[in-house]
Write a protein that binds this ligand. Structure first.
Ligand code: PGD
Length: 825
């Protein structure tokens, strides 16, 4: 398949003709060198309608404006599969939950920092002027630093802030704090907290965010595609940068090729349905045992590839005694695995045979490692793939990002746009969320533990960290009252803070629990620039301001510039440059870099005024990219970044840490709780998956809720057998509860989830009936009331958002109203 087909098959109106027209346009503008194309591009503006080009997590779009108000966000013609979430993106500008003015919690304003911490979340705010708000913030940062030290200010501020290389609110927060002092930072992320720490020991790179063998290559060469907890058609709607949606043509190509598809998942996913896949649903949290059962069959039947293991891996000899049970008296036979994972032993043997016989791609998702001992599954998958010996072959091996940001869409030849930096002297390019500056850095999901245990020593990835005393938390571009597990433990911890400052666009539960709330602009009220596709990097898109800021919203950039100025570093913060100076400068730097790659980008004004994304070419080699082909071809020249230069199926480094919860080879370990587990009493596993009509918690406060809310609450999927056993009917309002919390939800009965599992998507806004009471009933349905706050292990200290069990009953009594989507009083 050629480049054009890969990029455009399935697109609404784009065609080869449009592509050629774009080429002609580019040439007419006189670009030289390799062809740089202004592609895709009969814009609404050109066809006589007002359309302003921009981009967001959901894709490239045109903002249609009437009388100063955005009335439509229309997908860009070149988008092969526009996200149905776009109407909610537009609504996020004007919805009832928009933050309008700077607000301060009354008790904090009248009695000072730390006053009445239990009153957070009760909505008693006082509107203040911007000048007053900036004063309060600057003075409070200075006070805390003076009284409690630099580390007492927490600016880890994790979250899916909007894209854009200038208005990156988290970098801007740290820029302001670095210029005026220091702070406590966080390390890692909530997506792959466990995998990104263990994989460098195993394959020598972060691996989870690396490009996969392309869909194009799979369509030609893969015989068995295994989506293991991996759902591209839900999760690739969005990207960290601007989404390209290359997964849709990819999946379409697989379908056309007739590739056999197997989905291993407690939920029958959109991807499984679209590809008419075979669905296998093991007990949740038991995949490592299942993989071990398959590995045991491979080995005992001589189906493993010893030559591959010898040449490309180390440590199989140390893993083998565990697999065969000579080291622990438990052979990991198919029968042993079957009684843990709930599938038949014959099914596991059959999988071993099919994996070995066919060119097989094992595509694993991230949620499988967001579990207690989550490090093990990615390690075990690589161990299994190594035994199969197909890593580096076309269409075979394993891939860890097929479900995320259209991993597997071919990567263009492109310069990398730089971003404004955090003034720490460290460059923050690419995986900015992994960079750490600051006085101290704690693992990102461990803030609650830190607030509850200041001074404690925490083990983390071979090091000891002394948990700092934190008095002020500053959050921008994230929603910890959604993303953090065990909401009630978190509420307890938050009471130890003097001050909680939040900038957001919407009155999320996080904003509602703040002491100082500042209204930020959305991307659609400011100018910026971004790349399209985290893997594809297909275009650079102008993110143009579509409308003026609503109410009193201000850009994070301007807010932090004002605070920096109050603290004596105003010029250092802005460098005397305006928004458009910065955007132009970032583009110009990329233009210079592109010259080194033999390309010539148009001058900035031409790019900006064209109202079109700037396209970059994709080489035939990238269209047909095979992960690890180079390593397979020459393991010495292309050695991996591990200590041995090979895949490490046993890690001597991890052995030296002596962690009781992370042994030196892939191991099955019981999670703290799981359905059917030895000590677990409650009967239903909670699949806290990513939602279909929002991005984490973003857009929950918009019209998109109409597409999924049941009785005004977050849906809870349940298998008919489980519903029958509890006398429940479709559409019932149910109470879902366990020892950690209780939420209301609307029941959806469906065969698309296995018995013993309920699905409540993460990101529902927390709406406690009585905000002063810890453990109060959540009236809307934030699933993280129910999940466990423990860490995956001492190695990575990742979050366990997919570990939790619960019970469900019909709600009786007077239904409390949902209040979280309206303005606080
Ligand atoms: P979002 O809802 O994206 O969630 O956690 P995250 O905190 O990223 O929150 C982003 C917030 O930033 C929104 O409130 C949005 O309005 C605000 N925002 C956006 N743009 C701007 C801006 O320009 N300026 C300012 N000031 N604010 C802005 C997501 C996290 O949740 C992640 S990444 C994962 S993978 C985890 N997933 C799960 C899970 O699968 N299951 C459970 N149980 N829990 C999870 N938690 C994690």
């Amino acid at each position: 398949m050629g480049i054009n087909a890969t990029m455009y098959s399935g697109g609404p109106s784009a065609s080869k003709r449009t592509f050629l027209k774009g080429t002609a346009a580019a040439m007419a503008l006189g670009f030289t060198g390799l062809p740089i194309l202004l592609r895709g591009a009969t814009t609404q503006a050109q066809s006589g309608q007002q359309g302003i080009l921009s981009g967001c997590h959901w894709g490239v779009f045109q903002g249609i404006v009437k009388d100063g108000r955005a009335v439509e966000f229309r997908p860009w013609q070149g988008d092969p599969a526009p996200s149905p979430q776009l109407p909610g993106v537009l609504d996020s500008l004007y919805s009832e939950s928009r933050i309008r003015y700077p607000m301060v919690r009354r008790a904090w304003l009248e009695k000072g920092p730390g006053a009445d911490p239990d009153g957070r979340g009760s909505g008693d705010f006082v509107r203040v002027s911007w000048d007053k708000a900036i004063d309060l913030v600057a003075l409070e940062i200075a006070r805390v630093r003076k009284e409690d030290g630099q580390q007492a200010v927490f600016a880890g501020s994790y979250g899916w802030k909007s894209p854009g290389k200038l208005h990156n609110c988290q970098t801007l927060l740290r820029r302001m704090l670095n210029l005026t002092g220091s702070y406590t930072n966080s390390t890692g992320d909530y997506s792959t907290g466990a995998a990104q720490v263990i994989l460098p020991y195993v394959s020598g790179s972060l691996e989870v965010y690396e490009q996969c063998t392309t869909w194009n290559n799979l369509a030609k060469n893969c015989e068995l595609m295994v989506f293991w907890g991996c759902n591209p058609l839900n999760n690739s709607q969005i990207s960290w940068q601007v989404a390209d949606h290359g997964a849709w043509p990819g999946v379409e190509a697989l379908k056309k090729a007739g590739t056999k598809v197997l989905c291993i998942d407690p939920v029958r996913t959109e991807t499984c349905m679209a590809l008419n896949g075979e669905w296998l649903a093991p007990n949740p949290q038991t995949d490592v045992a299942m993989m071990l059962g398959i590995a045991h069959t491979l080995y005992t039947e001589g189906l493993h590839d010893q030559k591959f293991l010898d040449r490309y891996t180390t440590g199989f000899d140390k893993f083998l005694p565990y697999l065969m049970g000579t080291s622990d008296n438990t052979p990991k036979t198919a029968e042993w695995a079957a009684q843990i994972c709930g599938l038949q032993a014959d099914t596991l043997r059959d999988l071993a045979h099919r994996f070995a016989k066919h060119r097989t791609m094992l595509a694993l998702g991230y949620s499988t490692q967001r579990q207690h001992h989550g490090e093990q599954i990615h390690w075990m998958l690589i161990t299994l793939a190594s035994m199969l010996g197909q890593i580096g072959l076309p269409g075979g091996g394993y891939g860890l990002s097929y479900h995320y940001a259209s991993g597997g869409a071919p990567t263009a030849t492109t310069p990398i746009l730089k971003s404004i930096d955090d003034a720490s002297g460290q460059k923050q390019e690419g995986a900015a969320w992994l960079a750490s500056s600051g006085a101290v850095s704690i693992p990102v999901s461990r803030l609650v533990e830190t607030l509850l245990n200041p001074g404690k020593t925490m083990q983390f990835n071979g090091n000891d960290i002394k948990l700092p005393v934190i008095k002020l938390a500053y959050w921008v571009g994230g929603n910890p009252f959604s993303h953090q597990q065990d909401r009630n433990e978190m509420l307890r911890a938050w009471r130890n803070l003097d001050t909680f400052i939040v900038h957001d666009v919407q009155w999320t539960a996080t904003a509602r629990h703040a002491d100082i709330v500042l209204p930020a602009t959305t991307s659609y009220e400011r100018n910026d620039i971004e790349q399209v596709g985290d893997y594809a990097l297909s275009h650079i898109v102008p993110m143009k301001k579509i409308v003026d800021p609503v109410f009193e919203a201000r850009n994070d950039f301007d807010i932090f510039a004002a605070i920096a100025a109050k603290l004596g570093k105003g010029y250092e913060f802005t460098q005397g440059r305006t928004e458009m100076d910065w955007v132009r400068g970032l583009y110009e730097a990329a233009k210079i870099e592109s010259r080194g790659m033999g390309m010539e980008m148009p001058v900035f004004d031409v790019f900006w005024n064209s109202n079109k994304p700037l396209a970059f070419p994709v080489s035939p080699a990238q269209v047909d990219f095979v992960r690890y082909a180079d390593y397979r071809a020459d393991p010495l020249l292309n050695a991996l970044g591990t200590a041995s230069g090979k895949f490490e199926l046993y890690s001597k480094a991890i052995e030296k840490y002596h962690y009781d919860d992370c042994p030196p080879h892939a191991t099955w370990m019981e999670p703290i709780e799981r359905v059917g587990g030895p000590t677990t009493k409650l009967p239903l596993h909670i699949a806290a998956n990513h939602p279909t009509m929002r991005l984490h918690s973003q857009l929950c406060g918009t019209v998109n809720r109409q597409h999924y809310a049941i009785a005004g609450r977050e849906p809870c999927w349940m298998n008919p057998a489980d519903a029958k056993a509890r006398g429940l009917s479709d559409g019932d309002v149910v109470r879902v509860f366990n020892q950690r919390g209780q939420i209301l939800a609307g029941l959806k009965i469906t065969e698309d989830i296995r018995p013993g599992v309920i699905r409540i998507n993460e990101g529902g806004w927390f709406d406690p009936m009585n905000p002063r009471e810890i453990g109060s009933l959540d009236c809307y349905g934030d699933v993280n009331n129910l999940t466990t706050g423990i860490a995956t292990s001492k190695l990575s200290q990742g979050n366990c958002g997919q570990t939790g069990v619960a019970e469900v009953e019909r709600f009786v009594g007077t239904l409390p109203p949902v209040t979280v989507f309206s303005q606080p009083t």
